[in-house]
Design a protein around this ligand. Sequence first.
Ligand SMILES: [Ca+2]
Ligand SMILES: [Ca+2]
Length: 385
Amino acid sequence: MWRKTSWTGAGTAGLLAALALLSGCFGGGRSPGATVASVTVTPQAGAVRISGRLQFIATARDASGRPVAATFAWAVNPSSLGNISSDGLFVPGPTPGEGQVVCQAGGVTATATVEVVPPIAYVNKDNALCLIMPDGTGRRQVYAPPGTLLSEPDWSHDGTRLAFGASQDNGTTWHIWVVSANGAGASLRQLTSGSAKNACPVWSPDGQKMLFMSNADGGDWDIFVMNADGSSPVNLTSGYNGYDGFPDWSPDGQRIVFMSDRADPKRDLFLMNADGSAPAVFEASAGYDEQPSWSPDGQRILFCSTPGAFPYDLWVKSVDGLAKTNLTSGSPASERAPRWSPDGSQIVYADHSSSPARLYRAASDGSAPQLLADDLSGGDRPAWW
Ligand SMILES: [Ca+2]
Ligand SMILES: [Ca+2]
């Protein structure tokens, strides 16, 4: 197939020349009597994780704008970025990067941009938002605004954007921002404003809302929910005048897990409904119980804890409370800030026993830990798309 043909002139000009040569093969696919005047491809800009798939859809129209039947020829530029099937399904190659999906019908060509992204995001010691592959390769900075502190990135569910906390006044105020996963400055959006600290954004499973923690209401830390565009923030924990932080959603969006000092100054984990009702203890060891992450299958919650003594270990506990396991009991390191991979088979976390901190990936049972990066910001929590 032509889509698997590689060409050395990978630029758009070379690609269009190749398409022109091939137009005789594909130009006859339109329905009799209908002339293709325009072709559109959706999405116009797509992102896909290295192990993922992304469906592109093409529509051909005649001069009056009516859709017409056509045979579409697809290509990827550069071809090393991935393959695309005859029905527009893009499959990434082994290396992250950016390029174009090119679609032709009836001699008319349309393009869309596609980005193959490393799936793990973190903030490094120099306050740069970085992406890295699960095997530690492909590390690159996507956003590093001068004079700005960054923290706790979270992926949008389509993988095109990252939310994070940012301070432009050396930590006096913090706000939630969103940027394109390719770091394009034009995509920057500030979602919160004012004189408070806002941090730890987490998109809802349906992408419509965002949880975060803020001290905007009365000065104590609370869990807030807002629309994903930053509108209509609501305090879910106004009933407790103390620390409530690090929220995460259940995969069905119906419940929230968070950490709080409402019963223990060393903090415990609590569950509540998505509207903030019915908060109840989930994990309450005598030590610090912190930074919960809800498993993609909804059955378990991963967190860091010091039930006996420091350092922190990673623990996983079933949501029904019946089973609890220490994943890192054999390690002398201080493991914190864990989060799941999207399929739940692996975890990513921080080792705070060194400075700067270290970024690790392991199997979901804690086995086979692999060092991915040794430049993690000390307070940061990585995210895996
Ligand atoms: Ca509170
Ligand atoms: Ca505790």
